[in-house]
Ligand binder design. Structure first.
Ligand SMILES: O=C(O)C(=O)Cc1ccccc1
Length: 287
């Protein structure tokens, strides 16, 4: 059966690069098709609705932190499970038809890319207007029409769309990395699998906003020496000051230790969602 991999498009995004890295790891005999979607939310919804087998979505950047739309959408969609994490080095370039930096008055890109280059933009283009786009490659659509526009994207995108490169490696930190999750539909066979995974992600809301409400959930993991590799809060969107908590554990949900931790955690939470266990793979840069 053909396999469909959803990712943020149009072609040339970092998400597509992550999807290709995932595809190359698969020992899949059948046809694999990459399916670009206009937003991260639509990419995840395609999997929830059975229109794609997996989605490859950015979740966290080493400079800018969480990609909140990914966390918020995962919370809303019930039946999804993380299968793998991919860490990609990200090097941004400024692409434009303008002859020099002096001729640029607008820069388009995905908000994460604009944020990852904010120091460089302040230093070299302090007066330009920064305009967010749905993705780094959607931003490129403005370049043809506007000769004074620039877009932050990858060298790979410059090659694909045959666009001139005005500046290279413009991210503020050279070791800029983004973690992507490969997300599929929940499957019983995966939950029962004998494979050992290194990470588990969960999220929960708490029944009451009381002093120390988060202490108990955190103690459960501390008492069992389960290391947390990330903790992130997001507004519940119900009322100001109420939060959801997203935790990444350095342990496998199939281990008895994590199972007992989750069982105890569920006695303190209002809603508890398990996003599954997975391994983390570092992907080498291709540019
Ligand atoms: O817009 C893209 O190319 C994406 O895949 C989202 C993104 C943007 C910046 C860094 C990492 C991912």
């Amino acid at each position: 059966m053909a396999m469909l991999i959803a990712h943020l498009g149009p072609t040339g995004t970092y998400a597509e690069q992550a999807a290709l890295a995932y595809l190359n790891r698969l020992k899949y005999e059948e046809q694999i098709t990459l399916c670009p979607y206009p937003s991260i939310a639509q990419t995840l919804k395609a999997v929830a609705r059975g229109k794609a087998d997996v989605a490859v979505v950015p979740v966290e950047n080493s400079i800018e932190g969480s990609v909140t739309i990914t966390l918020d959408t995962l919370w809303q969609l019930d039946q999804l499970q993380i299968q793998l994490a991919l860490v990609l080095p990200i090097t941004h370039a400024l692409l434009s038809h303008a002859p020099s930096l002096e001729a640029i008055n607008t820069v388009y890109s995905h908000p994460q890319a604009l944020a990852q280059c904010q120091g460089w933009l302040e230093q070299f283009l302090p007066t330009v207007e920064l305009i967010p786009a749905n993705s780094t490659t959607e931003a490129l659509q403005h370049l043809e029409q506007e000769s004074s526009a620039g877009a932050i994207s990858s060298l790979r995108a410059a090659r694909i769309y045959n666009l001139p490169i005005l500046a290279r490696a413009i991210n503020d930190y050279p070791d800029n990395c983004t973690r992507f999750w490969v997300v599929g539909q929940r499957s019983v066979s995966r939950q029962m699998s004998a494979v050992k995974y290194t990470h588990t992600s969960v999220a929960f809301s708490l029944p009451a906003n009381t002093p120390g409400a988060l202490v108990k959930p955190l103690q459960i993991f501390a008492e069992r020496s389960i290391n947390l590799s990330r903790i992130e809060s997001r507004p519940t969107k119900r009322s100001l000051g109420e939060y959801l908590f997203f935790l990444d554990l350095e342990a496998d949900a199939n281990s008895p230790l994590v199972q007992s931790a989750i069982a105890e955690l569920s006695t303190f939470t209002e809603i508890l969602k398990l996003f599954g266990s997975y391994n983390v793979v570092e992907v080498k840069s291709d540019s």
